[in-house]
Design a binder for this molecule. Structure first.
Ligand code: PMP
Length: 354
């Protein structure tokens, strides 16, 4: 019997996140999580939490968290839109802002969720090739388009685009929404948030998952003009009013209040990254200049896929993308100094076999 309903089903190729293996003694460097625990203020707020409150719906205004973020970035509460991880925030941005017949532009090598959201919402899109050094060529974003998305620093390369280049893209694209996905901005880059006053078509997206060590709590946010926030809120409220649960709200607020701890962890990660790049180069690896909490590296004497498998055998997990242009690279999250020393020793043995 033919199934008439079959043709009407939305069949989509989903985004595939990095593995979440759970092996004793593993070294997990595959999903750009923080190697350090969240701020001690997070533990305190959870210890003191009155569980009876969980019978109530969360605040959908999220005022407490918005106030802290507004202070942190020098914007107003009305410029902040919160969501269940920046993936959700970005998905809602795509759905809300990209409704043109013209293609949305983003780099050919970038966060591989962007084309998935376009497919999900039937948004036309065009990959704009990065150059041979994986750098974004800003002039390529000056043509007619239905919107622009740039991850800065980019993923999985870690390459950073300076703010004057971001502004050039904005200057040439004032009739469309330009999203700057700053998931990794705290590891050495400068946020585009200061450009919000000048460009009402700019949306800057951040996450608590990386520099704030809260991937498990799922909180992300967009910063943009009040009018854009109102459109995002309307779409979100047509789908789910309570995207951010009560615990996420208080945990993220506690974390955002601890600036010293945040600075300390990100500085440690940056220092470990620089040391790792040096150690990798001694083993013949060429690493793209990274401003993120990961490095993108290749070794011409051995296939990245082989190194990836060899590391996996000894429970060191890194990320490998079997995709054109980048299939001889590994993306390695920066862990603790000890974890990176173990990785380097393992790589030394692996490369010696080549
Ligand atoms: N943007 C980029 C560039 C990312 O790499 C990630 C993490 N996979 C995200 C957004 C989403 O992060 P989250 O949903 O944890 O906030």
């Amino acid at each position: 019997m033919s199934k008439l309903w079959f043709d009407k089903i939305k069949k989509i190729e989903p985004y595939v996140p990095g593995d979440q293996p759970n092996v004793n003694g593993m070294i997990k460097l595959n999903t750009n999580e923080s190697p350090y625990p969240p701020s001690p203020l997070v533990r305190k707020v959870l210890d003191e939490y009155d569980v009876d409150n969980l019978r109530l719906y969360p605040s959908f205004k999220c005022d407490g968290l918005k106030e802290i973020l507004a202070r942190t970035y020098g914007v107003d509460k009305c410029n902040i839109f919160l969501g269940n991880g920046s993936d959700e925030v970005l998905a809602l941005c795509f759905q809300t802002f990209f409704n043109s017949d013209k293609p949305v532009f983003f780099p050919d090598i970038t966060y591989s969720f962007y084309d998935v959201w376009c497919d999900l919402y039937n948004i036309p899109y065009r990959y704009i090739p990065v150059d041979e050094k994986f750098e974004i060529v800003v002039e390529d974003y000056f043509g007619e388009n239905g919107g622009i998305v740039i991850a800065n620093p980019n993923a999985p390369t870690g390459r950073y685009l300076k703010l004057d280049k971001i502004e050039e893209i904005l200057r040439h694209n004032q009739d469309v929404i330009v999203i700057i996905d700053e998931a990794y901005i705290d590891f050495g880059g400068k946020s585009a948030v200061g450009l919000l006053k000048k460009y009402d078509n700019l949306v800057v997206v951040h996450t608590f998952s990386k520099s704030r060590a809260l991937a498990g709590i799922r909180v992300g946010y967009a910063m943009c003009g009040e009018e854009l926030v109102s459109y995002l809120e309307a779409v979100k409220n047509s789908f789910n009013s309570y995207t951010l649960n009560s615990l996420s709200q208080i945990v993220a607020a506690a974390c955002a209040n601890d600036k010293d701890y945040f600075e300390c962890c990100r500085n440690k990660i940056i220092n470990t990254r620089e040391r790792t790049v040096l150690e990798l180069s001694k083993l013949g690896f060429q690493t793209i200049l990274s401003m993120s909490n990961f490095v993108f590296t290749t070794n011409h004497s051995m296939k990245a896929s082989v190194i990836f498998e060899e590391l996996r055998k000894i429970n060191i997990f890194v990320r490998y993308f079997d995709k054109p242009r980048i299939n001889n690279y590994l993306r390695i999250t920066i862990g603790t100094d000890d974890e990176m020393s173990s990785l380097i020793s393992a790589l030394e043995k692996i490369v010696a076999q080549s």
